[in-house]
Design a protein around this ligand. Structure first.
Ligand code: DMJ
Length: 461
């Protein structure tokens, strides 16, 4: 195990500086510690997991959206595939040095992907997976053809924002621009700035960033006086349709993009919105148990905690707390997620955190625990986070590994397996596990910010 030398203060200072003051973030060599060293054996173990899973995709689902590794079949989200797994895997393959595989994925995205196909898509999912993957591919490979595809897709997504409030409809047709589903989650509405600001910076066209900022402004106008986040809105009527305060699915990446947007762009307004809502969440939603710190559900108006519910998705929140400077809460909340994973084997999608009663028993190969372990490791150099990552690798191999890759579980209580590998397993789960054991100067956190699908984008200098 490599030395726990890095204090994390350099990165945190960089984050604070970058977020509060417009201007350059310190470069890695301006911070106060040498990079953390790779654990080569564990890093290579993760690369082998990627080889296995990617091999199954290539054999059974090349160019399709997702592979089903048990049956050896493939499926698509729409009538025309968007190559979800290829675009989500591209930057992970690159970081892992799997260059032939990366080049094949990039070739498909350049030559086969049709960003203006006549299909009605989830605007949010298409942004975080496809646009995010094309843009990080361009950022890492400096490939103008990937940027050209990103511009076509960005233009096809922009009609989604054509609502009376400026918040995006949930669905948009990539060919006609026809929109549908005005009732949407706060996360769907507020998870655009990282991708669209980078697209504006790369093209010189301000429309993309302006659309994302307009949506964040409209969401902010609905935040109640108690500063708690809400879960659903109607983008035509400009009103909250689900007054549930929480930080998990439906809210999660809205808050994530307030902080990460402030980091990416050095934007003090976003930073102060983040700090207000963070303080409200810490005061109304946080609860201590024997396992550590959790965040539950509260009534939006009263702020009264009324359901001790969480799930695999919400285990991104400890990493975000730490990235934003609260290492203490970040560690206690990561500890709680780790304790739940130990109890279940792999995390179910929903459970009651006081007694770990299962609410939704499925496990989806989600990345959030790996993400928080990675951030905690990078910021503290404490070897226990890498050790908890080994436990997670062991659990994935014991419970989810099949002949042609890794599959979801339908019930963590019985270990019953499903037959699917979501594309975020390639984009996020394996990337964060790889980075947990890679050299600390691979994608340093003072130079790169990860979109909510783990696609890295440069911090603006
Ligand atoms: C991913 O698509 C993204 O991380 C998103 O923000 C939340 N859900 C999945 C992974 O669980």
């Amino acid at each position: 195990m490599s030395r726990p030398a890095r204090s994390g203060l350099g990165v945190l200072a960089a984050a604070a500086l970058a977020a509060c003051a417009p201007g350059p973030a310190p470069s890695a060599d301006e911070t106060d510690a040498a990079p953390l060293e790779a654990d080569v054996a564990l890093r290579d173990r993760v690369v082998d997991m990627m080889r296995l899973a990617w091999g199954g995709y290539v054999e059974h689902a090349w160019g399709r959206d997702e592979v089903h590794p048990v049956s050896g079949t493939a499926s698509d989200w729409h009538a025309v595939p968007l190559g979800l797994t290829a675009v989500d895997a591209l930057d992970t393959l690159h970081l892992m040095g799997l260059t032939a595989e990366r080049d094949a994925a990039a070739g498909w995205l350049r030559d086969e992907l049709d960003p203006t196909a006549d299909i009605t898509v989830s605007a949010f999912e298409t942004n975080i997976r496809v646009l995010g993957g094309l843009l990080s591919g361009h950022a890492l490979l400096d490939d103008p053809a990937l940027l050209a595809q990103a511009v076509r897709l960005g233009d096809a997504l922009l009609p989604a924002f054509d609502s009376p409030t400026g918040m995006p409809y949930r669905s948009v047709n990539l060919s006609t621009g026809a929109v549908s589903q005005p009732r949407t989650s706060a996360a769907d509405a507020g998870t655009w700035l990282l991708e669209l600001a980078y697209l504006s910076a790369q093209t010189g066209d301000p429309r993309y960033e302006a659309a994302a900022r307009g949506a964040l402004d409209a969401l902010d106008a609905l935040v109640p006086a108690n500063d708690l986040p809400f879960t659903e809105v109607d983008v035509e009527q400009g009103r909250i349709t689900l007054p549930l305060a929480q930080v998990g699915g439906g809210v999660d990446s809205w808050l994530e993009y307030l902080f990460k947007g402030s980091l990416q762009l050095g934007d003090a307004t976003l930073r102060s919105r983040w700090e207000r809502m963070l303080a409200a969440a810490n005061s109304a939603l946080a609860e201590e148990t024997d396992d550590g710190l959790w965040y539950g559900y509260a009534d939006l108006e009263s702020g009264v905690l009324n359901a001790p519910v969480t799930g695999a998705l919400a285990c991104f929140w400890p990493g975000l707390l730490a990235l934003a400077g609260d290492l203490e809460r970040g560690a206690r909340h990561t500890d709680a997620c780790v304790a739940a994973r130990e109890a279940y084997g792999l995390l179910p999608d929903a459970f009651l955190y006081r007694d770990l009663t299962v609410v939704s028993a499925n496990h989806e190969l989600r990345p959030e625990l790996a993400e928080s372990l990675f951030v905690m490791w990078r910021l503290t150099g404490d070897p226990r986070w890498r050790a908890r990552g080994v436990d997670l690798l062991d659990a994935l191999d014991a419970l989810a590994r099949v002949e042609g890759g890794y599959t979801v579980l339908t019930d963590v209580r019985t270990g019953a397996r499903g037959d699917a590998t979501p594309s975020f397993f390639f984009a996020e789960t394996l990337k964060y596990l790889f980075l947990l054991y890679a050299d600390g100067d691979v994608l340093p956190l003072d130079a790169w910010v990860f979109n909510t699908e783990a696609h890295p984008l440069p911090i603006r200098r």
